[in-house]
Design a protein around this ligand. Structure first.
Ligand code: LCS
Length: 394
């Protein structure tokens, strides 16, 4: 890691964690293998004993996957990374690694639906208690901590309400109460936000989104602050079997190279789109951290290097009007997922967060009329023209 420490973010996207290939390949080879042959029985025994750092079996580790793990860990300023099959494999691996029956977790209410869903179903079944609240409210977080609280789990900005939580302040609370501080950094990517630098213990990504960025892969990554946390995550991943595939790792290695270029461009578009929507008479409200009207605009400037490319808004006519908009966009795809090169529009209450009970959804600020917009890297004029023609039909 030290070899690359002096490099800037864009250089790290190209070279960080990448080791010279013995045959001179400019790209990281795909080691599409399940297993690795030992030269002799002693070498096999040494590898299993951890006395030799060669590879054994792809679920335990693989050179293509390891390159991606090193690279993302460097970008996130962590000790090490553990690649997994999806963002949800990251969530479940983290829960398994750090929680046991009788433990309690305090978490952001408006997280990606299934992150909360699996806690309130499967992990509840195994005796884990949970409190979901607005982690933007530090006093509420303090009040929710119990003697058996073990984890503080924060998504910021939230999917889809774009609410921010103060990572530095929450990390300090977590440290004071000896909690594992977990941050879902999917919406920002390490280009815009590095929670470990602000005190988080574990950061994770759905790399399906900005990190890969091309809507062609589902993938996850967990990054740990120190060796002890890293080992706990690695062990849970190996045991639960949510490992990444080498070919998947290769595609993410390819996608991540342009992370900064893509996010910069999408974010420039998003700022203009958010301002356009805010001015539009048919729009009731817009939530985007880059707008002065965002209640945490100042916090966004303190902990993020930019407001990102995700916008949520509601039309004056609520859900009915939102449906007309979604049915009439032509450039934007009506699709879930986010953080790709293409502009996407979706309706959380009937799509990504539809499994959440209505009261919980509303308490988390996910109104029936909320529409989520993931701004891509197309020409701004075309994104706006598309919205303009669709809004005209509302
Ligand atoms: N965390 C966040 C913030 C997410 O937005 C998602 C997926 C996940 C975790 C899970 O990652 P996955 O397993 O899908 O890679 N969010 C989605 C969304 O908003 N629409 O479709 C998926």
């Amino acid at each position: 890691m030290s070899e690359h420490e002096h490099l800037g973010f864009n250089s790290l996207l190209i070279h960080g964690g990448v080791e010279a290939d013995p045959l001179g390949s400019a790209t990281v080879p795909i080691y599409q293998t399940s297993t690795f042959a030992f030269r002799n029985a002693d070498e096999g025994a040494r590898r299993f004993a951890g006395e030799d750092d060669g590879y054994i079996y792809t679920r335990l580790g693989n050179p293509t996957i390891a390159t991606l793990e090193r690279q993302i860990a460097i970008l996130e300023k962590g000790f090490g990374g553990v690649a997994v099959a999806s963002g949800m494999a990251a969530v479940s691996t983290i829960y398994v690694a750090f929680l046991k029956a009788g433990d309690h977790i305090v978490s952001t209410a408006a997280v990606y639906g299934p992150s909360r869903g699996i806690m309130e179903s499967y992990f509840k079944k195994f005796g884990v208690e949970s409190t979901y609240l607005s982690t933007a409210d530090l006093d509420a977080v303090r009040a929710a901590i119990r003697p058996n609280t073990r984890m503080l789990y924060v998504e910021t900005p939230t999917n889809p309400t774009m609410e921010l939580s103060d990572i530095r302040a929450l990390s300090a609370i977590a440290r004071e109460h000896k909690l594992v501080m977990v941050v879902d950094n999917t919406f920002s990517s390490p280009f815009l936000q590095r929670p470990i630098e602000m005190g988080a213990d574990i950061v994770f990504h759905s790399m399906t989104k900005f990190i890969n960025g091309h809507a062609d892969i589902v993938a996850g990554m967990i990054i740990a602050r120190n060796e002890e946390l890293y080992k706990a995550v690695r062990q849970a991943m190996i045991g639960m079997g949510g490992n990444m595939d080498p070919h998947q790792a290769y595609l993410v290695l390819r996608g991540v190279k342009t992370l900064a270029l893509r996010v910069q461009r999408a974010q420039e578009n998003a700022q203009q789109v958010a301002e356009y929507l805010e001015r539009h008479p048919k729009v009731a409200w817009v939530k985007y951290p880059g707008l002065k009207s965002h209640p945490q605009h100042e916090l966004s400037k303190k902990q993020m290097d930019g407001p990102g490319a995700m916008i949520s808004f509601e039309l004056q006519g609520g859900l009915k009007a939102g449906k007309v908009l979604m049915d009439n966009v032509r450039l934007a795809l009506l699709a879930v997922s986010l953080g790709g090169i293409e502009t996407l529009i979706q309706h959380p209450a009937s799509m990504t967060h539809s499994k959440m009970a209505r009261e919980k959804r509303e308490a988390a600020g996910i109104t029936d009329g909320l529409v989520r917009f993931s701004v891509g890297i197309e020409d701004l004029k075309d994104i706006i023209a598309d919205l303009e023609q669709a809004l005209a039909k509302v």
